[in-house]
Design a protein around this ligand. Structure first.
Ligand code: IPE
Ligand code: IPE
Ligand code: MG
Length: 255
């Protein structure tokens, strides 16, 4: 076995994060209004979540709505918020039945009371899920999360160490309770829709993530596309700043 194979396979499965971009352009290309693209995008979420366990994914963080997306026209924001509520209400029992634990990460104080209630209910209905941890990022900003985590440590009089900040990040994001509350570092970051940027997503957690950019618009993205990304990931050599010993390298001789 190549040393890199050992390094690229985290023991408990992968943390894959996806920037689900391209709904609006997919809709425009099909002569549909933008919300129709978001609705089709929600169907892609279902497909991808179902495919995750067979691809060795233990945590899947999906960017659904950024803190900057509030700048969009109120009609589009309203359609997205309704879609999130419908998704959570409609999917929670199915997710629970296939062992998916759902958490929503991001700010909740700017969400409507009815959406907050749908989140709470979906999180408690799926709390026993152990197959995949699905994290939906809604009203999420990575910079904001890091700043809030540092502020929380400062206010508690605790030193702002790397380990403490990582823990505090899980807490400020409302990532849920329990042993697998923190998904931790991202192994593979996927962005659909052709753009090659992070748009304030998981900046801390992606420090050593492998990146995969796809030109496919999110509503057209399939389980086979995700499998291709994961397969490519397994062929990469992750070095984390160190050196991977070559298999042919002779052992160092004592002098
Ligand atoms: C991603 O698709 C979904 C959200 C940002 C909510 P977009 O709505 O950004 O679609 P494009 O990029 O305009 O095609
Ligand atoms: C990022 O997509 C946010 C989500 C996918 C939810 P955007 O479409 O908002 O990102 P930019 O504006 O192209 O950077
Ligand atoms: Mg976009």
């Amino acid at each position: 076995m190549r040393p890199s194979t050992l390094i690229t396979r985290p023991p408990n499965g992968l943390h894959v994060a996806i920037i689900m971009d391209g709904n609006g352009r997919w809709a425009a290309a099909h002569g549909l209004p933008r919300p129709a693209g978001h609705r089709r995008g929600a169907e892609t979420v279902r497909t991808i979540v179902e495919a995750a366990p067979s691809l060795g994914i233990r945590a899947l963080t999906l960017y659904a709505f950024s803190a900057d997306n509030w700048q969009r026209p109120p009609r589009e924001v309203g359609a997205l918020m309704r879609l999130f509520r419908m998704y959570l209400r409609g999917e929670a029992s199915r997710l629970a039945s296939i062992g998916v634990r759902l958490s929503v990460i991001g700010r909740r104080d700017r969400l409507s009371a009815s959406l907050r209630a749908a989140i709470d209910e979906a999180e408690s209905m799926t709390a026993q899920g152990r197959t995949v941890h699905l994290r939906l990022a809604i009203d999420y900003s990575s910079r904001d999360a890091i700043a809030r985590a540092a502020t929380a440590l400062h206010d508690a009089g605790e030193p702002v160490t790397r380990a403490a900040l990582g823990e505090a990040l899980g807490e400020v994001l409302g990532d849920g309770e329990g042993p697998c509350a923190r998904a931790g570092d991202v192994d593979l970051l996927v962005r659909t829709g052709g753009e090659r940027r992070l748009s304030d997503f998981l900046l801390w957690e992606c420090a050593y993530a492998e990146l995969w950019f796809s030109d496919i618009m999110w509503p057209a993205f399939t389980a086979a596309d995700l499998a291709a990304a994961v397969s490519d990931f397994h062929g990469r050599e992750r070095r984390f700043g160190g050196l991977v010993p070559l298999p042919t390298q002779p052992a160092a001789r004592a002098v």
